[in-house]
Design a protein around this ligand. Structure first.
Ligand SMILES: Cc1cc2nc3c(=O)[nH]c(=O)nc-3n(C[C@H](O)[C@H](O)[C@H](O)COP(=O)(O)OP(=O)(O)OC[C@H]3O[C@@H](n4cnc5c(N)ncnc54)[C@H](O)[C@@H]3O)c2cc1C
Length: 478
């Protein structure tokens, strides 16, 4: 092994080639090229195969990273794919969108001194190769079971659960109010981070495996939760969080002040070739405009970088804390800076200016004070520090909260936490309603794709046990 692995002492870290910013600004294609096989093999061989693999420990899916790195280094790619996909429903998506700097790569033992193994890029390489080679198979069961599960939401949590249940033979029906499968992977995350074809090909595979999708169906409007419970032996709620957090400021109702997800969804739909009236009318198109994005998380970074690609005249990001305290991934902030976004740190909006149509944002400078009980430094405005940022499109990217699900689903007995997320028994993932399970953002609050996958897989296991146990009891009683 030593010969093939532990090459970090000799080989430098290399990431796949990143396209120059001047080129990236012109299109919505992914910004990183793929490793060629030789480079993937070499980079995988930098793994130190350490006794306690912190990469695996800190991966929400506990992916067996050292093993698939070793298999890649040895050129045994099909086996590497088998190992990578044993714990992850879509490794090619995690390879693209996981914040590896905070998870596996950030915890790689060679990070200090040698720079981590480029785990995400190798994961993407392995699984993209698997697709090309035809190793990725539909989730076809070896036997059919006469039990059905209804899943609400076709995001990562719902899809991961659907796939795990289908391979076991359950009849799986996924309901989604959108017209495409993927949740935020299709309409939230921009194409330059995750090309849509990567999501769409999974959808095709799942259909080929017999998962039934009921699209354009909103539970609460077209169907009640009670009806779904009647129809299926168990139900999994994976509806995500979609209520945009807002700031109550003067001028909030001016035309041109828009929520981030409306803006990103329009851009993604445009990229997918849909007719988008709000985009075509110019209301959600940044072309030629001075754009101001408020917020410092990953959604804000997706907005600023989308606006650059749409040909905005100027893109400014206002964030009330400093760069070191931004919640978003530093890698995304660096990409945005390279692409020409102007950041105004320690700056908070006070009012949206204009008559009918927004023309700018009045902001003030902030200073960081003492940490509060959570350990986070408090921010306070600096008196007399007002300034105006011109902007005819102002995008609010302040995070998301859950919708009022008990009201939406007309199910008051569905218990929620004080944050409005669904309350589940953390061992069984069951909600307060028997046979109704939940996972993903609707339980965790806004989170990550990889946690959605984890919840979907765990929930599938619990649902299978629940349904089979119930069926066993029914048979025993006959
Ligand atoms: C702009 C943006 C960028 C992001 N970037 C990243 C990133 O780079 N990396 C990362 O790991 N994470 C990222 N995330 C977070 C990640 O996308 C989410 O954590 C993840 O998608 C949550 O998965 P989920 O399955 O719980 O919900 P979702 O993906 O939100 O899917 C929920 C699905 O439920 C459907 N639904 C909701 N209500 C109903 C109803 N009543 N009836 C029928 N269907 C319904 C919705 O249409 C949707 O398809 C990003 C999020 C946003 C908003």
């Amino acid at each position: 092994m030593a010969e093939r692995m532990l090459q970090f002492v000799r080989l430098q870290q290399q990431t796949p080639e990143k396209r120059p910013a001047s080129q990236r600004r012109e299109d919505f294609d992914e910004i990183y090229a793929r490793f060629d096989p030789e480079r993937a093999r070499a980079q995988a061989s930098r793994c130190s195969q350490c006794g306690v693999p912190f990469c695996q420990v800190h991966c929400p899916l506990n992916n067996n990273i050292p093993d698939w790195l070793k298999l890649t280094a040895e050129g045994r790619l099909e086996e590497a794919y088998e190992v990578a996909s044993a714990t992850n429903s879509f490794p090619e998506i995690c390879g693209r969108v996981c914040p590896q700097d905070r998870l596996c790569e950030g915890n790689c033992v060679i990070e200090k001194g040698f720079h981590s193994v480029t785990i995400g890029s190798v994961e993407k390489f392995i699984t993209d190769t698997a697709w090309e080679q035809g190793w990725v198979k539909p989730p076809t069961p070896s036997r059919e079971l006469p039990y059905s599960v209804g899943i609400i939401g076709a995001g990562p949590a719902g899809l991961a659960a659907a796939e795990r249940l289908r391979v076991q033979g359950f009849q799986v029906h996924v309901y989604d109010r959108y017209d495409r499968v993927g949740g935020l992977m299709i309409y939230g995350i921009p194409n330059f981070k995750l090309e849509k074809e990567v999501v769409l090909r999974r959808w095709k595979q799942y259909e080929a495996g017999g998962i039934r999708f009921h699209l354009g169906v909103e539970v609460g409007r077209d169907l009640t939760l009670a009806e779904l419970r009647e129809r299926h032996d168990a139900v999994f709620i994976a509806t995500g969080v979609y209520k945009a957090r807002d700031v109550e400021l003067p001028g909030s109702d001016l035309a041109g002040v828009v929520p981030a997800l409306d803006y990103l969804t329009a851009a993604n739909r445009k990229g997918l070739g849909d007719a988008v009236p709000a985009f075509e009318s110019g209301a959600l198109d940044a072309a030629g405009k001075e754009v101001v994005v408020i917020g410092g998380g990953d959604t804000a970074m997706d907005c600023v970088r989308t606006a650059i690609r749409q040909g905005a005249a100027m893109v400014t990001c206002l964030y009330r804390r400093d760069k070191a305290n931004m919640p978003g991934s530093m890698r995304e902030v660096a990409n945005a800076e390279e692409e020409g976004v102007r950041f105004l740190w320690l700056s908070a909006p006070e009012a949206f200016l204009g008559a009918g149509q927004v023309t700018g944002v009045r902001a003030c400078r902030m200073h960081l004070g003492l940490p509060d009980a959570t350990g986070r430094q408090q921010v306070a405005p600096i008196e007399g520090s007002h300034f105006v940022v011109p902007g005819s499109l102002v995008i609010k990217a302040l995070g998301f909260d859950p919708e009022d699900l008990p009201a939406m689903f007309r199910e008051p007995a569905l218990a929620v936490t004080r944050w409005g997320t669904l309350k589940v028994d953390h061992r069984t993932m069951m909600t307060s309603l028997p046979g109704v399970f939940a996972g993903g953002d609707i339980v965790r609050g806004a989170s990550l794709v990889v946690w959605g996958i984890r919840d979907g897989r765990d929930a599938a296991e619990q649902i299978a046990q629940y349904v089979l146990a119930k069926a066993g009891l029914a048979q025993a009683a006959e």
